[in-house]
Structure formats: structure tokens, C-alpha cells
Design a protein around this ligand. Sequence first.
Ligand code: FPP
Length: 253
Amino acid sequence: MSEQTGGRPAGVPSSGRVSAGAQWPAHVAIIMDGNGRWAQQRGLPRSKGHEAGFQRARDIIRACGEWGIPYLTLYAFSTENWRRPAGEVSFLMGLLQRAIREELQELLENNVRLRILGRLQDLPAALARGLKEAEQATAGNTGLHLNMAINYGGRAEIVDAARAIAAEVREGRLSPEEIDETCLARHLYTAGQPDPELIIRPSGEMRLSNFLLWQAAYAEFYVTDVLWPDFTREHLLQALEQFTHRQRRFGGI
Ligand code: FPP
């Protein structure tokens, strides 16, 4: 299977629900939403919802690796999430720090290549360093490409790309006429990767929330009422199956 092409490799559970010969998406992106509501429904603090959400993320990463999905992007913390109460922000930063420390070995063993999408420089220094080191440690891996969107905003990403392009123009390395869609895409955090073909949003909200604004141009959406901490690989299979039935026209007829 080429890096750019989705597929349904051997080993996928034969649920009978996946159409024969249908292509799976090369890139799946997930807005992990509903941790707070999940906790609230159980009378638990929101932090318990985030912990349960983290366990879900582990399962889904493993499933994508096993099923040969080439690219997976998980939205873990947005540039807007800083507006949450300080205690929750600090809990999430700690959870991310713990996750990277505890999971790095597993990423290495499973040939997962990690890329962080977002403004690392604005994260707590130890977390930023840990994420950078994990990126470097997994850079040679050839299995699942896992993007973690952390302190990520789609608008911020486009602003960062515009700044980088402007700097190249100023230094005489690029002329304004050379700036086209390919050039802009090359300056995004996802440079070199295929655009997401399927964006999944649990918890029923029908919005993009500043996620992959440029890359989502032709993505298919799948929204489910299931809250993220309840989202299992069975739910992922349902989303993948539905994707295979979508008619994608990319502006044509
Ligand atoms: C949205 O639920 C979730 C987040 C803002 C954080 C996502 C973080 C995780 C799933 C845990 C960290 C994951 C990894 C892989 C380290 P919400 O709090 O907005 O839920 P609500 O809308 O019900 O309040």
C-alpha cells in the first residue's frame, strides 16, 4: 500500500459491514469531544473524563495501526482551550506529559511515527521538550503516522504558514508568483501528508472548532452522539464503513 492511499488490509475484523473492495481513508482525523459530559453524567470530576478519553485515544491509535490506516490525527488541545479553568488546563498539560512519557516505548515498539501539530513554543517547557524528543525518537518509524494536535488552531496554522512564506520572500528564496496552494500546503504543520479524508466528531456537535481548516476542504464528516470516552474501535469501524459509501465528487459532478 502506498503512503497516500487508504486500504483495508488483512487482519481487519470481518464484521461483514465493510463493502468489498471499498477504499478506506488514507487519513482519519478525530475531534475528541465529550470527556466533560461523560464525567458529569457519572457524577465525576471532568478530569476523570479526560483520563477515560486518554484510554480511548490509546485504543483507537492501536486499532488504526493494526488496520493499516496510514495517517491518524487526534485533536487533543486547541488554541482556544486555554480559556478553560486553570485547574483543568494544568490537569490536561500533566496528562499529556504523562502520556508522552508512558507511551513513547509503545509508539516505538509499534513502529508509530509521531508528529505534533501546533505551537509547541507556548506549551510548558518540559512538555514541549518531551514532545519534541518523542517526535525525534520516532522519526524513522514507517508504520502509522500519528499526528497529535496540541495547542493547535487551524487559523494559527495558516498564520504560521503565511509568516514562514513571507520570510522566504523577504530573504529572496521565494517569489510572490510562486505562492500557490501547493506552496501554502508545504508550509502547514501537515506538510507532506495527505489531507484528512474522514473527520470524526463524537458527542454530536456539528462544528469544526478550528480544526484542520485548510486540510478539511474536501473531508467527509462523520458525527456521532457517542461521547469520546465511550468511542470504541467498533464505532471507528462504523465510521470507516460509512465513509466507503460516500460519493466524493471534489467539486465535479
Ligand atoms: C474535549 O472534551 C476534550 C479535550 C479538550 C481534551 C482532549 C484530551 C484527551 C482526550 C485526553 C488526552 C489525550 C491524549 C491522547 C494524551 P470536553 O472537555 O470539551 O468535553 P465536553 O464538551 O463534554 O465538556
